[in-house]
Design a protein around this ligand. Structure first.
Ligand code: ADP
Ligand code: MG
Length: 146
């Protein structure tokens, strides 16, 4: 299902709606360029999980952890060269902790994320604040409309 958002608030709102459907252990894998809105969407995920901490980009830290009833683990794979690096930082431990895992630059570690829910974000070439967001999770996510 594809959604159109016009501005970061709408992208956050979509993330928030998605989060309400997610169960512990869900992995959300983003595809989308720098500035697409992956971190904005993750802010919404956090809100939907009832997390009040401010979500910031994990670009330099690789992973940011947000505690909650269902915790959020927000990864950025931009600086990883392969999925081997991911296992070195304890990926399997994160999977076992019963959180929601959101992964920016998931294409870097595609082989590890085959079963993840894919969220693909494209900019609208005609509108600065327009984004086309496709959630590839089938019918379960088909009516998240704004
Ligand atoms: P990424 O994590 O993909 O690099 P960010 O979420 O950090 O992207 O940044 C997205 C940027 O694009 C922000 O500056 C935000 O204000 C802007 N923006 C404009 N329109 C949208 C939109 N519809 N959805 C998300 N972000 C948007
Ligand atoms: Mg980001």
């Amino acid at each position: 299902m594809t959604y159109l958002t016009n501005g970061p608030e709408e992208t956050e709102a979509l993330g928030e709606r998605l989060a309400r459907r997610l169960e512990a252990g869900a992995v959300v894998a983003y595809t989308g360029d720098l500035g697409a809105g992956k971190t904005a969407f993750t802010r919404g995920l956090a809100r939907g999980l009832g997390i009040e901490d401010a979500v910031t980009s994990p670009t330099y830290t690789i992973v940011n952890e947000y505690p909650g009833k269902i915790p959020l683990f927000h990864f950025d794979m931009y600086r990883l060269s392969s999925s081997e690096d991911l296992f070195d930082i304890g990926w399997e431990d994160y999977l076992a902790r019963g959180g929601v895992i959101a992964v920016e630059w998931s294409e870097r570690v595609e082989d590890v994320l085959e079963d993840a829910l894919k969220v693909v974000i494209h900019r609208d070439p005609e509108c600065d604040d327009g984004r086309c967001i496709t959630i590839e999770g089938g019918e379960a996510y088909a009516d998240l409309s704004l």
